[in-house]
Every structure is written in C-alpha cells, then in structure tokens.
Design a protein around this ligand. Structure first.
Ligand SMILES: [Zn+2]
Ligand SMILES: [Zn+2]
Length: 350
C-alpha cells in the first residue's frame, strides 16, 4: 500500500479538507497514475452532501482524472510509463453480464465499481476518487488521453464530455442537423462544442441573455431565450435533437414542442422531483423522450480520440485544492465558466 495525500469530506455536513488515502500496490493488470488534474463535477457536490442518500465517508470525490502513468503491472499492454492517461466515473465492473459484454459497463447488472463513494468489485474495499495525487486502476478502465490535448482542459471530458458525446452519437448527430442545447453549464458547453464539431446547426436555449456571447464563442449558431414564452412558438417543430442539461425544475412539454416529427429530446440533467409529461406531447409528432448516463469504456475512448482529432477540450478554471470548498459555493451560484479543475500538484504537502 502507498499512502497518498488527498482532499476528503469527513461527513455530509463538513467542508472538505486534507486527508490521506491508501492506494494498492499495482497488480499485474494495474496502471499506477500520477494525477495531474481532476475536474469538479456537480455530482461531487450531491454526493459529498449526501443528497442522493447512501454516501460513504470519508469521501474523496473526483471522477474526471487526467495524469501520467507512473508504473504498470507486468501484463499491462495498453500503457507504458509516461503515457497520458484518464480515469472517468468507473474503475471496474463484473465484465461478464449482458450490459458489460455490450460495452455498457455503467449499467453492469452487479453494479459497476464507481470511482468514488463506492466499493471495488469485492464490495468491501472503498473507492477514492481523483481529489488526490495518485490512483491505481485496472488497465481496462483506464483511458488513453491524446497527447495533443491540454491535460487540464481534457479532465472534464471524462464525465461532462462523455455525458454529452454519447447522446449525440446515439441519435446520430450529423452535418446539417438542427440541435438545441438547453442550459449553458459544464454539460451544456460541451454539448455545444461537440454538436457544432459534428456539423450540426446548434441553438443555445437559455434563460440568461448574458450567456449569448459565450454560447456563440463556443460554436452555437443561434441563441434563444427560454424565459420569453414566444420562443417556444417561434421554434415549434424546429429541432431534430434537443440535449437537455438542466437539473432545475422545468416543463418538458414545452421543449418537446420544439422537436420536429420523429425528433428526440435526451435528458442528461436530473431535476429533483418528477416532471409531468403529457402523452400528447409525445404522440403528436412521434416524439421521443430519452435519457443517457455517461458512456461505456469503449465509447469514452472513442470520445477522447474524437476530441484529440478535433482539438476539443473543456473551458476550465484551474484551482488549488485549498479552493475546493469555495469552488463548490461558486458552482451552486452558477459562477463558473465552465468547469473547475483541481491542480493536484497543490495536494502535495497539503
Ligand atoms: Zn460527473
Ligand atoms: Zn457487469
């Protein structure tokens, strides 16, 4: 075991602070990574504050990890020392159930081993995430990060990137498609960049006029204010696909009205309470309402390779670990453009 510095929450009500975790000695299939950067995802806040229930403490959050390979086990084939590597939301799964054998490890029937606030597949050893300086993960769950990408900007691709890339691919986003992106936050800004890179005509749908200039800079071709009711009439029947990233309560029916016949709205944001959907909002126009959860390991690698080819990274504000609690407060106020990323070197000697 190696003791490594980390930042952890001791309980749902305590702020995060310096902590130490143990990482296992790398086994024959393991990759030992020196973490350079770790993104801060909204789900980190939900889990640290036990808003979804069942949180395990002490908790070291972080599932947007980018680093350099420090050592590899004897049987590791994909990685060598010095490679740029990434770890996303999962560190293992059963590898043999139906979803696992269809590259959908996030839906492993035994329950995937999530990167933090969970356990390894032995269901005993707790997992600790990327707010730390090192991590040891089986090579099957380690991603290759293209060398050309800025490592801090690449970190959020491991969750925000795959969360938005996967639905665009599932619904075959292509040149000329009219895509609406609802909400310009960590997820929304990646959806705009990715959809625009695929040749789609992207419209940012936001309640804040102040976001228009940024949306256009990120690649949106149009902007529509959803606090203005006339927007829903003007854009009725327009979109092939809507990626809905909003986790605040809102009326899905109004957005379904902006889809063309056979169009789809995919939700990747989770409002806290059930959202009523009228059957007629779906029946008229053969509309589809769908959800999407991150992506499997193969698709996550495909996304990273795609981002390497198209030079796509997240817009980030890099912070030292000592500013994590402040970053959480700023995220809750929407004061981030568009992802905080922890410089994990700041944890050394913390
Ligand atoms: Zn996440
Ligand atoms: Zn499985």
């Amino acid at each position: 075991m190696t003791k490594v510095p980390a930042y952890a929450a001791a309980s749902a009500t305590s702020p995060l602070g310096p902590h130490t975790v143990e990482r296992r000695e790398p086994g024959p299939h393991d990759v030992h990574i020196d973490i350079l950067y770790c993104g801060i995802c909204h789900s980190d806040i939900h889990q640290v504050r036990d808003e979804w229930g069942g949180s395990m403490f002490p908790m070291v959050p972080g599932h947007e990890i980018v680093g350099r390979v420090k050592a590899v086990g004897a049987h590791v084939k994909k990685f060598k020392v010095g490679d740029m590597a990434g770890v996303g939301c999962m560190v293992d799964s059963c590898r043999e159930c139906d979803p696992c054998s269809h590259d959908l490890e996030q839906f492993c029937q035994k329950g995937a081993a999530f990167t933090y606030n969970g356990t390894e597949m032995d269901r005993k050893t707790p997992t600790y995430g990327g707010y730390s300086t090192q991590v040891v993960v089986d090579e099957r769950f380690v991603l290759k990060v293209p060398e050309g990408l800025d490592p801090a900007g690449a970190a959020p691709l491991l969750c925000a990137g795959i969360t938005t890339y996967s639905p665009l691919r599932q619904w075959n986003c292509k040149k000329g498609d009219k895509v609406g992106v609802v909400g310009l936050g960590g997820l929304g800004h990646m959806a705009v960049k990715l959809a625009a890179s695929m040749g789609a005509e992207v419209t940012m749908l936001s309640t804040s006029k102040a976001k228009e200039a940024d949306a256009r800079k990120l690649g949106a071709h149009a902007f529509a204010l959803t606090s203005d009711e006339s927007t829903f009439e003007k854009l009725a029947g327009r979109f092939d696909l809507i990626i809905n990233t909003i986790s605040a309560p809102h009326d899905y029916n109004k957005y379904l009205g902006m889809l063309r016949p056979m169009g789809a709205m995919v939700v990747v944001g989770a409002p806290p309470a059930p959202t009523p959907v009228h059957a007629m909002s779906l029946i008229f126009g053969n509309k589809r309402l769908a959800g999407s959860l991150i992506g499997g390991i193969a698709e996550t690698q495909e996304m990273l390779d795609y981002c390497g080819k198209h030079d796509i990274v997240s817009e980030v504000e890099v912070i030292p670990a000592a500013k994590i609690n402040e970053a959480y407060e700023r995220m809750l106020k929407g004061d981030v453009r568009y992802r905080f990323v922890i410089d994990c070197a700041s944890l050394k000697g913390a």
